[in-house]
Design a protein around this ligand. Sequence first.
Ligand SMILES: Cc1cc2nc3c(=O)[nH]c(=O)nc-3n(C[C@H](O)[C@H](O)[C@H](O)COP(=O)(O)OP(=O)(O)OC[C@H]3O[C@@H](n4cnc5c(N)ncnc54)[C@H](O)[C@@H]3O)c2cc1C
Length: 399
Amino acid sequence: MSRLQQTDGLTEEQTELIKLVREFVEEQIIPVATELEHRDEYPQAIVDGMKEMGIFGLMIPEEYGGLGESLLTYALSVEEIARGWMSVSGIINTHFIVAYMVLQHGTEEQKQHYLPKMATGEIRGAFSMSEPGCGSDVSAIKTKAVRGDDGAWTVNGQKMWLTNGGSANLVAVLVKTDTGADSVYKNMTTFLVDKESGFGETAQGVTVPGKIDKMGYKGVDTTELIFDGHRTTDAQILGGEPGKGFYQMMDGVEVGRVNVAARGCGVARRAFELGVSYAQQRETFGKKIVDHQAVLFRLADMAVKVEAAHEMMVKAARKKDSGQRNDLEAGMAKYLASEYCSQVVEDSFRIHGGYGYSKEYEIERLYREAPMLLIGEGTADIQRMIIGRRLVEDYKLKA
Ligand SMILES: Cc1cc2nc3c(=O)[nH]c(=O)nc-3n(C[C@H](O)[C@H](O)[C@H](O)COP(=O)(O)OP(=O)(O)OC[C@H]3O[C@@H](n4cnc5c(N)ncnc54)[C@H](O)[C@@H]3O)c2cc1C
């Protein structure tokens, strides 16, 4: 059991669940992660194991067949999973966001239809805002749904960077719908698009061209999604009414940010473990490198960052669980954990010397994975903008 990243005040149930996840990671993920990642192979056996454990329904309420756990339990599970292999946490993240959005914003019919099957992992969710021309600036999306005289909608456009875009069979997609509202943000709608998992034309007018070849974060598929005259109805609008999509997506991203922070914590802890272990084995100038003060200090700095990021992530999760808005805390946690993760991974890489550059050592994989956390669910600079603006609101000078 790690001395770092312990969490006070957990219930017996939470402790037991996290322990189970930790064991699963030790036995089923860590031994195969690097090999599968190098082959860019989808970890089907791991996904099947997670389905059995109920991970896909961790936060879905029991009335819909899930485990009804808190965001904190979920985030701590993600931390453990990412410690084993970040891509596996990516497989559950978009699913979790979509399930959360259906639960918070869906009609009762949508909840009844999707949530029980999402809890078992039979339906798996992907989340789609980004396009080839925009990511940070969501207001610039071009994919558009137009309502015809028969009341049905026709969707055209191109989406980009869908994590699980191939493997998922449900995509929550943000599109423009000109409802005549005065704000661009009120002219956006989230549609729930059912599709087959796989590539090619996976539903009428919906094509997933293939996997994007990435620098890291392999195994999990990341794709484009092309709409060419896709026909759909009001029943597939999240919540049943157009014009609310932007706010629904932002709510999803807010919990997603806690998840990204948790991933940063998990990857950083693993990088620390690899570094502290290597430093006690490698000898230079007649002693173990851990006995050179420069290396020891590096390890100390790494551990402080691993611990601080965890504390902030836990705070953000607990705030959301208490029913309060956590946009500031989630932004801070995501920003800090992803920056620290990059730094800790870089430090561990340096401790490994030349071997860190070899594909035989796990740190090589972590080195390619960490940068993704600086980009996904809002780049570091976008987090700083959110954090800064929110603080200026709170600390506004009285006129
Ligand atoms: C592996 C991977 C998986 C992804 N998965 C998903 C997914 O599942 N669903 C999804 O919808 N998207 C996904 N994304 C997309 C991701 O959310 C975007 O890449 C991200 O939001 C950044 O958008 P962009 O790439 O268009 O960069 P841009 O928005 O073009 O930004 C480029 C640079 O400009 C900076 N910048 C932009 N605007 C400002 C500003 N106002 N002030 C200061 N700096 C600014 C950014 O910080 C960045 O450094 C994924 C991306 C990757 C790489």
